[in-house]
Write a new protein. Sequence first.
Length: 165
Amino acid sequence: MNIEREILNYLEKDKGKHQIRHRGIRVNLLGLPDFKYYKYQSLASKFSVLKKRNYLKEINGHYFITNKGSDYLHRPSKKSFRKFTPTNKKTSRDLLVIYDVPQGETTLRNWFRKQLKEFGFIMIQRSVWLGPSPLPSDFTSYIKEIGLKDKVKLFKLKASLPSNN
């Protein structure tokens, strides 16, 4: 029996069952995802997307997660990014931050921009920001930890620019 028929058979059983949710997904009493409340076409299209991105591999009618899929699962998501509070009350702007975060990492890029705003930086261009130095050491170490180290460049300016505040 192929996976499509197994999914359809599962979806057909016990339509009136009370729903239990875990992290926004319906689960059964064992905590396993309960796919019967989802439309067949939605599940089929998601399987197709996962296969096209090489996150899943089908072998003899069985699906397995690939290394690329495992990496995707363990990549930091929007909810897992730390928040930092500014410790520096300087009003001068003597640090130039230039970064290039790829289009596919939108949540990471948006998180980084938000943190720069929290630290009192102003945007000169989309990926060029000017603000007070130095950045907190725990923030810079976290940038290295999440893989932004090679995508962010910091330049200390000789003369600081006054704040507009």
